[in-house]
Design a protein around this ligand. Structure first.
Ligand code: DGI
Ligand code: FE
Ligand code: FE
Length: 185
């Protein structure tokens, strides 16, 4: 799938606000890929597609988790977690996409221990794209300017703090990713 094909698909799939967020993620992922020497075309494509399933029917997404043998724990946490792994599966079913791109889409919400540099770029770009304006986003942008790994840790900390304040369950993979990156010297 080319970037332009992905662009057409996303423009017709997502509502305006989410489409604008997506363009911000594309621009930011491209910038980070250049800065950190990763594949710019893969970063742009993963960013364009990352929220493909964001507004899909929750029951249908739960069904995909079961059918595809994805981690059944996904059904016991917030529904917000579904769109990343389910989006990757649905895209892989319909289009020819590199595993590296699918991996970045799959783990963009929680991260994953040992995630690739491309995964890290999408994970951070999603959190700091120019349309994001939550408290603390400037700190994440500053981290991303000097270290991709530091930005991953800062993003995980901000996500975990946000979930704690909301008193919702934290998906184990989010915590495992945090532990993995904090242990990395
Ligand atoms: O899809 P976006 O809004 O662009 O961003 P995202 O894919 O990072 O999704 C963010 C949402 O996911 C936000 O509502 C918090 C939720 N989330 C992230 N990590 C966890 C989580 N929800 C639960 N329950 N547990 C998590 O570990
Ligand atoms: Fe998302
Ligand atoms: Fe997003």
């Amino acid at each position: 799938m080319t970037f332009e094909e992905a662009h057409v698909l996303i423009k017709q799939t997502l509502p305006e606000k989410r489409y604008i967020h997506t363009l911000g993620v594309v621009e930011t992922a491209e910038r980070l890929a250049i800065q950190y020497g990763e594949d710019v075309e893969q970063a742009r494509l993963a960013a364009m597609l990352h929220d493909y399933a964001k507004y899909f029917d929750i029951e249908e997404m739960r069904q995909v988790v079961i059918e595809e043998g994805l981690d059944l724990n996904l059904l016991q946490y917030g529904d917000e977690l579904l769109h990343a792994p389910v989006g990757a599966v649905l895209l892989a079913r319909q289009y020819d996409l590199d595993q590296a791109v699918l991996s970045a889409i799959r783990n963009h919400t929680t991260g994953e221990p040992g995630m690739s540099r491309l995964d890290q770029i999408l994970f951070v770009a999603d959190a700091i794209e120019p349309n994001r304006n939550y408290p603390g986003v400037e700190l994440l942008r500053a981290e991303a300017a000097h270290s991709l790994e530091a930005a991953v840790v800062a993003t995980l900390k901000q996500t975990i703090e946000f979930l704690l304040k909301k008193s919702v369950r934290i998906f184990p993979l989010t915590i495992e990713t945090y532990n993995d990156f904090v242990n990395t010297p």
